[in-house]
Design a protein around this ligand. Sequence first.
Ligand code: SAH
Ligand code: SF4
Ligand code: F3S
Length: 456
Amino acid sequence: MATNTPNPLKPINEASRRKVFIETYGCQMNVNDSEVVLAILQDAGFALCSSISEADLILVNTCSVRENAEQRVLGRLDVFRQEKKKRKVLVGVLGCMAQRMKEKLLENESVDIVAGPDSYRELPRLVEAAGLESKQMDALLSHEETYGDISPVRMDSNGVSAFISIMRGCNNVCSYCIVPFVRGAERSRDPYSILREARSLIDSGYKEINLLGQNVDSYRWKNPENHAEKVDFARLLEMVALLDPTVRIRFATSHPKDMSDGVLYTMAMYDNICKHIHLPVQSGSNVMLERMNRKYTRETYLERISRIREIIPECAITTDVIAGFCGETDEDHRQTISLFNEVNFDSAFMFQYSERPGTKAARQFADDVPDKVKTERLEEIISLQNEISLDRNLRYVGQVCEVLIEGPSKRSAADLVGRTSSNKTCVFPACGHKAGEYVNVRILSCSSATLKGEIV
Ligand code: SAH
Ligand code: SF4
Ligand code: F3S
């Protein structure tokens, strides 16, 4: 089993380390997986490098959630092929697309290694064999793998905020979604390994921990040695929050059918659990929700929203939505528009439906909304949400918010950027402060995406 404590019997000569370049697409879980991959490869004698021209090994960690995510990676493989013409370098495709396409990717002349999300412990072996013999592939999904014993090596981190995956896979079968096929069955990680990882992040100065899962509300762990000891998500959240009151906890993603009042009460109880819930709705129409197999209705979704606002009045709520799913009529679309008007989300990730091979939707329903109509509907949702986001942000103007500083602002070195507990990005003059500090900021103005203010 790979661990990332160096083997004392086999010292690694730093200068002789081979260089690996890692590029990551997709969701936060994929970002965290790349950190696990780096931990495994460092242990096997690799060092991270920052450009493909230095690399002995190029890895691309991929996403399959929509077709354009895959197209982007195929474009990158062409770039890597040019690099391979110049010199000897191995190219590996990791992640969801590796799992979905398997042999098909291996046929691509750029690709030497294909490894799915549960195969990362095999990477050192695959890389050796690919260097010596021929192309290598491992894309077996596991029911147990959680990488719980591996301490991810943080990349591109601001040193303030870090991810911890608390579970892997997904047991839902939303009809449009490829994730269960490429990530396998849901597994919850041992809470004590989560607490150890959180503790070590806190000890190295991190101030914000993001707990990740496709459906965190179904986190469930039973002690194999003592079946009476059970941990659900509300309890896990509390255990992590109790580690250090000065460290913020965030989590994603919540599922409307599973989000319990227990989680809401826990959030309300601890100041350091951030007041933000990402609750994907996908559609405002019951006909679409049924066809998507989401297992809730517009009415029960709105009931969850009311409960959040009752228990945590200051909580920001964000969502995901899909425009133009199979058979979506104008009336279904109007239902989505009316739900957006009713809820007033703080922000949203908005997508056009993209058919994914092998999903229930691809097998059973026609992808029959013309592209032009999908685009029009998406644009209507985006422009409405932009207005609502601005309106939500305007409520903050005049208020003082506690902001955790993440670093210098991209626009000006004299400004800092951070986030409020409600996950609003906030920009303000530095006044001698730095990343990792909490400051109170009076909000003076805003756009639909950002708050601007000054430290008080
Ligand atoms: N586990 C999370 C998110 C999964 S993927 C959840 O259950 O909500 C992130 C988002 O991508 C989804 O919420 C959905 O809005 C979008 N998405 C997933 N499959 C899609 C598809 N085939 N076409 C367009 N958008 C899709
Ligand atoms: Fe996909 Fe649904 Fe699982 Fe989210 S809950 S990852 S949308 S199947
Ligand atoms: Fe994430 Fe994309 Fe895979 S959203 S789980 S990287 S398909």
